[in-house]
Ligand binder design. Structure first.
Ligand code: NDP
Length: 474
């Protein structure tokens, strides 16, 4: 299969303009897929379909058990079709298939979690006076636009879609232009699992056209966005015009603090998470803050990074960057850092689309490579004289997505966890996510949380009801 459709109201269609675009594998150039080049008209039709599907109650008025039924069937289907999803994801993103063996089972687990949550979310009740009962009822927020990036398309879409459906919302999803396949397949699977038509629509096309049309559509109640901080700010400004609710999962520049008593193995295992998906992941530890000389950790790290295998095959450790434009940006930042005096301990630029996993030392704190998200396999070493200094360095900058600390001293770790300005703090580990626990960022890393019961709340509005039972009787 090489062609995929837009899905509106349960029907597979092309773009209204008839236009299409293609995606090629970033390393091999092989054709991965051809997709409708959607426009404002397609976006409008999809929102209208989602609006009708919300307003007529075909999904909102189902029971939690019915919504859970559809979601559990979807989870089973994801597990059954795990190999297909993994192949599509690997080909469209470029990530070696061997790195995403967990994809379907993880996504299915998230869907099962929200299926359970669909049956449990409840409000509060209290007697606000001796004769007045007040209670809250969580109501679905309405029509949701979900806009997702290219680095982990299925995972980042499922975080939104599963929670929104569990809450009783309807959706229009706009996947990243480069990587729509698994999102379209997800929408197809949802229909096969009994989701009514119009509840989950997908429109492919560019962010500048389809994305803008969706976030400015007055019939949209909420925009759930994952992507860069710059685009997130733009989305928020556009949504402000009609007070559309917004949640944002944005970039990061996450610090890993290594104390002198850390196990080198634990510290190095955590630091190596910087190179997952060639560093194209929002929450990678892209800054290594060493307290003390840190020689043993750094030597061990450089040795292991040097043994990572770069390539496009299924077993490679570090795959290609998503496209030539992104490769140019990453290499540009790397070259700038080297020109400014950074020492390359291992790695460095390679011809497109690859960048060798790179560790840089000797960089001034105010340089772009220390402050800006690279979204590539580049780790910068920073030095701190003690834990206070390390926390100060960690909290410097605009982002606050994740942080970590490697140490044998749990007291120090918990003190640090309290003081680090980050949505997630990992102690002696990195990159574990569980559906039960919320994820999201402080500062420029975003607004709101995904996953966990907080992730469900993001798609609910509490309605307050007050009743005075005695008045009816008197
Ligand atoms: P972008 O912000 O460029 O794009 C994200 C999505 O927004 C894409 O679907 C894109 O469409 C769309 N878009 C672009 N412009 C607009 C617009 N004006 N209005 C509405 N939608 C628009 O990010 P990338 O795709 O480059 O993704 C990488 C970024 O995502 C990184 O900064 C990373 O940190 C962040 N990210 C954050 C995560 C988190 O949980 N915090 C998780 C993963 C990534 P199109 O593809 O057509 O341009």
């Amino acid at each position: 299969m090489t062609s995929w459709p837009i899905i509106i109201d349960g029907v597979e269609v092309g773009a209204a303009s008839g236009g299409v675009y293609e995606r090629r594998h970033p390393a091999t150039g092989e054709l991965v897929g051809v997709f409708p080049d959607g426009g404002a008209e397609d976006a409008r039709r999809a929102v209208q379909a989602a609006r009708r599907a919300f307003d007529d109650g075909r999904w909102r008025d189902t029971t939690g058990a019915e919504r859970a039924g559809v979601l559990h069937r979807l989870a089973d289907r994801l597990r059954d079709r795990g190999d297909a999803y993994r192949t599509w994801e690997s080909r469209q993103v470029g990530i070696p298939a061997g790195q995403i063996g967990w994809l379907a089972s993880y996504c299915a687990d998230v869907v099962d979690f929200f299926a359970g949550a669909a049956r449990t979310h409840a409000g509060r009740s209290l007697w606000t006076s001796p004769s007045t009962l007040g209670f809250t009822v969580p109501e679905p927020v309405g029509v949701v636009v979900a806009i997702t990036p290219w680095n982990f398309p299925l995972v980042l879409t499922i975080w939104k879609v599963a929670a929104a459906l569990a809450a009783g919302c309807t959706l229009v999803v706009k996947p990243a232009s480069q990587t729509p396949i698994t999102v379209i397949e997800l929408a197809r699977d949802l229909l096969d699992c009994g989701l009514p038509p119009g509840v989950c629509n997908v429109v492919t096309g560019s962010g500048a056209v389809v994305g803008e049309a969706l976030v400015t559509d007055p019939d949209v109640d909420k925009v759930a966005f994952t992507g860069s901080t710059a685009t997130g700010a733009r989305v928020m400004a556009a949504a402000a015009r009609s007070i559309t609710r917004v949640s944002l999962e944005l970039g990061g520049k996450s610090p890993l603090i290594v104390l002198p008593d850390a196990s080198p193995t634990v510290a190095v295992d955590a630091a190596l998470e910087c190179f997952v998906n060639a560093g194209q992941q929002c929450n990678v530890p892209s800054r290594l803050i060493l307290v003390g000389d840190g020689h043993d950790v750094l030597d061990a790290l450089v040795g292991r990074v040097g043994r990572l295998r770069v390539g496009a095959d299924d077993d490679a450790d570090v795959g290609p960057l998503v496209d030539e434009g992104h490769h140019g940006r990453v290499v540009g930042l790397l070259r700038e850092a080297i020109d400014e005096g950074a020492r390359v301990l291992v790695g460095g630029p390679k011809p497109a689309p690859f960048v060798a996993p790179t560790v840089l030392d000797g960089v001034d704190e105010d340089r772009r490579i220390v402050r800006e998200e690279v979204f590539g396999p580049v780790l910068v070493v920073q030095r701190a004289k003690d834990l206070d200094h390390a926390i100060e360095l960690a909290n410097a900058g605009d982002y606050g997505l994740a942080a970590g600390i490697a140490t044998g001293d749990l007291d120090a770790a918990l003190v640090a966890a309290r003081r680090l300005r980050a949505g997630t703090v990992w102690i002696n580990t990195w990159n574990r996510t569980y559906p039960e626990l919320p994820t999201g960022g402080f500062g420029a890393s975003g607004l709101g949380r995904e996953l966990g019961l907080e992730g469900l709340d993001a798609y609910l509005e509490p309605k307050t009801v007050q009743v005075e039972p005695a008045r009816r009787a008197s």
